[in-house]
Design a protein. Structure first.
Lengths: 511, 400
């Protein structure tokens, strides 16, 4: 049997051993926790570097880029302060671009060439971790106690700048000491930043280019707009001129019309004067004859059953005296003559009315033959007894047109044709229809148009007539009217043989 | 009626960080105006910039805050040196009061507790809960501070919060009070909205090593001079098998000790032991406790246990849901021991650990959540305020 005291001592000893093992286990566990924390921190650091890469893409200016970078250094490495330096080639020094976490402003700080050489900053991949003594310049004067420094270079290995993280003397105790363990991740961060910086510079260059180009385009647009304004003004001016020309043209057309009418008036007056003279003379004679007949009738009125014999004798005497039968014949003849005069006058007035259609600006369906005939009536005085008008009217449908305007064309051409025939001659007017068009030929046997003039006859203000006899606008206006009707007008002429105008007009003005 | 809004960020630029926090917290509000801003920041920020920018953005707000080893927002935990989290509060200024005590040599912890409580009560006698954030430095018996507060407000006053720290370097700790930055300052925020109540739950989830017992054989207040009749620091380092020259902060992560709670609290707390951190002083071979440590106190070594920690969190959130009884939380004030952060759990586990607290309570809703990694946590067990270490402490504010 075991000694109870010995057993208790053994148990106590075993218990102590076990307790010792538990405590050792606690220490191991604590070490594991420490290691796990380190891993956690490394993981967080690399995540922060990734996040930084994404955030930096949002930077819109170099200042913002630098600001994000220094803040990211602090966040990623849990250090107190950070500064972003750029290398100034001209002055051969590093200048602060952005800094964060310092208690005072050191943005004027310059790291000169001596310092750059001393620290080996020009060497690529040279990450430096060092303690700073308070009297060492310039880091010491910035209140730093420890720094980590990493320069960055361009593709050709030229120094571009430097990234620095640090801990100040005043907060040294709260921060983990910057250890060599930080070097690889700080280097990765700097490389990341450097490559992002290159991207940023490229982006900035592109942006600047785009902005420049945009500014140019804006400038060009402005110029175009200014030119547009000038063009608009010119257009306005032209429009106004056009309006003025239209008005002038309208006035010219009107005056040409008036001139034509002026020429016509004499002839028309003469035409009307003849029948009116018949009527006037007829009415006088008719009055005298009717007086004689009235004397006979008055005797008849006095006739009663009592004086029949007496009055009948008186009537027979009176009839013999006045040659009653002759008077009745004359009355009938005079009435016929007056009737003829009236019809002739009516015909001329109707012709004039047809010719001068007041509805010329309204499209209407009209009979071309009617227009030609009314024009001929108005011109009759100028051709009668010397020019034979031969009408070869075909069977043509009515035409959609501005009738008054077309009549003006016929007036111009026929008037010229009459003028072209010095003595006797003929004018042949023929019409025909085909394929939606009608064709009007007006051919005279006049003097013809010389070749050197033919090309000019449609020019405005061109005339071969004496001053005061023609405006020179007749054919020009006629050409315009036919064009307005989407038709065509041609001239064929042989000097000494005559001239023929051929007018083609569509049946409808749609489209 | 007080309204709460929270946000956190890891932006390194202090001005931008506080701006983002306020903008995110008060998103949907007409402007950034609020009445109180509570700021928790890690050591890397520029405190002056944080305060001046907060004041600029919300000129009518009182500003109060502290440094810490990391923050916990509704966005999750963040232990970087640029961690920042805020809680913006809107409401009647009569419904809250704030106080700050600067460090004074030779002032007792209890007296200081009384001073800050009187300051609060002088401003608002209707306070019904207190968020208390003393500095962990110098190491002082924080249970005495609580007692000081209780002496003014009564022992039923819920006191939650925790000790402000730096990033476990033990160099200095800062408190913020409007535009002032106070070294080793204490701050307290008293809420008096009568419609609000608070549920506090704490949990540690460690295994107790029932082998060697450390008995306090000589002590003074919270300073232990001897364990088992031997110089305390030497005994502790020998027991842990490390040289007595080891960094006290490193020893702290190894030498976690547990003290047995009075009977009847095990069921609510989930353990019959409460944990104590020890901060050694190699010069005079003493060890400092965060609470009064009487001679004769028996301590056992404790070991972190991941499974028990996670199980404990589940248990804690289950209790909170039970106590909320379907009510929606208005805000959560969270304190987690800095040794439950990156010093003991890796990032993935830590995220999961915090999510295991947030999801069951918030159910995916953006409930304002503000927490920090501390040097000691406060939380009630069975209606009594306790000082804890190595724990998670959740104080859930809800409307009655």
């Amino acid at each position: 049997m075991n000694n109870p005291t010995q057993t208790l001592e053994e148990l106590q000893s075993r218990c102590d051993d076990l307790q010792g093992q538990v405590i050792r286990f606690l220490k191991v566990e604590q070490d594991l926790i420490h290691t796990r924390n380190q891993l956690d921190r490394d993981l967080a650091r690399f995540k922060a570097i990734q996040s930084y890469s994404q955030r930096i893409m949002q930077a819109e200016s170099m200042e913002e880029f630098a600001e994000i970078t220094v803040e990211a250094v602090i966040e990623t490495f849990e250090i107190e302060c950070s500064a972003f330096f750029s290398y100034d080639k001209a002055e051969n020094c590093l200048k602060v671009k952005s800094m964060f976490g310092f208690e005072e402003d050191y943005t004027d700080c310059r790291l000169d060439d001596e310092w750059i050489t001393l620290k080996g900053i020009s060497l690529e991949g040279n990450v430096i971790v060092e303690n700073v003594s308070p009297d060492s310049d310039p880091m010491g004067s910035m209140g730093l106690s420890q720094v980590i420094i990493s320069p960055y270079h361009d593709d050709s290995g030229q120094l571009v700048g430097m990234l620095m993280g640090g801990i100040t003397v005043s907060k040294k105790g709260y921060y983990e000491e910057i250890s060599e363990e930080l070097v690889p991740s700080f280097m990765v961060f700097t490389q990341q930043m450097s490559s992002q910086l290159q991207n940023f510079e490229a982006k900035r260059y592109l942006n600047e280019k785009v902005q420049r180009r945009t500014a140019e385009v804006v400038e060009q647009k402005k110029e175009i707009e200014e030119k547009n304004v000038v063009l608009e003004d010119q257009k306005e001016e032209l429009h106004s001129m056009l309006e003025s020309l239209k008005l002038t043209q309208s006035q010219l057309v009107q005056s040409e019309k008036m001139a034509s009418l002026g020429q016509l008036v004499a002839g028309i007056a003469h035409e009307i004067n003849n029948p009116v003279t018949f009527i006037s003379a007829g009415v006088d004679s008719l009055g005298a004859n009717l007086d004689e007949v009235r004397q006979v009738l008055e005797v008849y009125h006095r006739l009663t059953p009592i004086n029949v014999e007496e009055k009948l004798k008186e009537i027979e005497d009176l009839k013999s005296q006045i040659d009653y039968k002759q008077a009745i014949r004359e009355i009938n003849s005079l009435i016929e003559s007056i009737k003829n005069g009236t019809e002739r006058t009516t015909q001329i007035v109707n012709g004039l009315r047809t010719f001068s259609r007041l509805d010329e600006d309204v499209l209407k369906v009209a009979d071309i033959h009617e227009g030609l005939d009314s024009t001929l009536i108005l011109l009759r005085n100028r051709y009668k007894n010397r020019i034979e008008i031969i009408k070869e009217y075909g069977s043509i449908p009515q035409l959609e047109c501005f009738p008054g305007q077309l009549n003006q064309v016929f007036m111009n051409i026929l008037s010229n044709a009459i003028d072209a025939i010095a003595d006797k001659g003929e004018i042949t007017i023929s019409t025909s229809a085909s394929s939606g068009f009608i064709r009007i030929h007006i051919k005279d046997s006049g003097i013809g148009i010389p070749d050197n003039i033919r090309a000019k006859i449609f020019d405005p203000f061109y005339t071969t007539k004496e001053v005061g006899e023609g405006t020179g606008l007749g054919l020009s206006i006629s050409h315009g009217i036919i064009e307005k009707h989407k038709g065509s007008i041609k001239v064929q002429s042989q000097e000494g043989k005559g001239t023929e105008f051929i007018i083609n007009l569509p049946l409808t003005q749609k489209n | 009626m007080l309204q709460f809004f929270s946000a956190s960020t890891s932006i390194v630029n202090s001005r931008r960080a506080i701006t983002e926090c306020l903008e995110v917290a008060l998103e949907g509000e007409a402007n950034l105006d609020c009445d109180l801003i509570i700021i928790y920041t890690a050591m890397g920020h520029n405190f002056k910039e944080l305060l001046s920018e907060a004041n600029r953005l919300s000129p009518n707000a009182r500003v109060i805050g502290c440094t810490c080893a990391g923050v916990i927002g509704r966005e999750g935990p963040n232990e970087t040196l640029k961690a920042l989290a805020i809680m913006a509060i809107k409401g009647d200024p009569e419904e809250f009061a704030i106080a700050c005590c600067e460090f004074r040599d030779n002032e007792g912890t209890y007296e200081k507790g009384v001073r800050i409580a009187q300051d609060l009560k002088g401003n608002n006698s209707e306070i019904n809960m207190i968020l208390f954030i003393p500095s962990v430095l110098p190491m002082s018996p924080l249970d005495e501070a609580i007692k000081g507060i209780e002496s003014v407000f009564g022992s039923n006053m819920p006191v939650f919060g925790g000790a402000s720290v730096d990033n476990m370097k033990g160099i200095n700790v800062y408190a913020f009070f409007d535009d002032k930055i106070v070294e080793k300052g204490w701050i307290a925020i008293g809420l008096s909205d009568p419609s609000l109540k608070v549920i506090t739950q704490v949990n540690h989830g460690f295994n107790i090593l029932k082998g060697l017992q450390l008995e306090v054989t000589r002590s003074e207040s919270n300073i232990v001079h001897e364990f088992n009749g031997q110089p305390a620091w030497k005994f502790l380092t020998d027991t842990l098998g490390v040289p007595d020259t080891t960094d006290p902060l490193e020893v702290m992560t190894l030498g976690i000790v547990a003290e047995e709670l009075p009977g009847g609290l095990e069921n609510e707390y989930g353990s019959k032991y409460i944990l104590r951190s020890l901060f050694g002083n190699s010069t005079d071979t003493s060890v400092a406790f965060p609470v009064i440590c009487k001679e004769g106190t028996k301590l056992l070594l404790a070991k972190r246990d991941e499974k028990r920690m996670f199980d404990g969190v589940d248990r804690m959130t289950g209790r909170i849901k039970e106590l909320l009884n379907g009510k929606k939380p208005e805000a959560i004030f969270h304190i987690d021991c800095l040794l439950r952060g990156r010093f003991s759990i890796n990032r993935v586990l830590k995220d999961e650990f915090i999510n295991r607290m947030q999801f069951p309570i918030c159910q995916g809703e953006p409930i304002p959540w503000l927490g920090f990694y501390s040097g000691g946590e406060f939380g009630m067990i069975s209606g009594r305020n306790w000082v804890h270490t190595f724990t998670s402490s959740l104080s859930v504010i809800y409307r009655k």
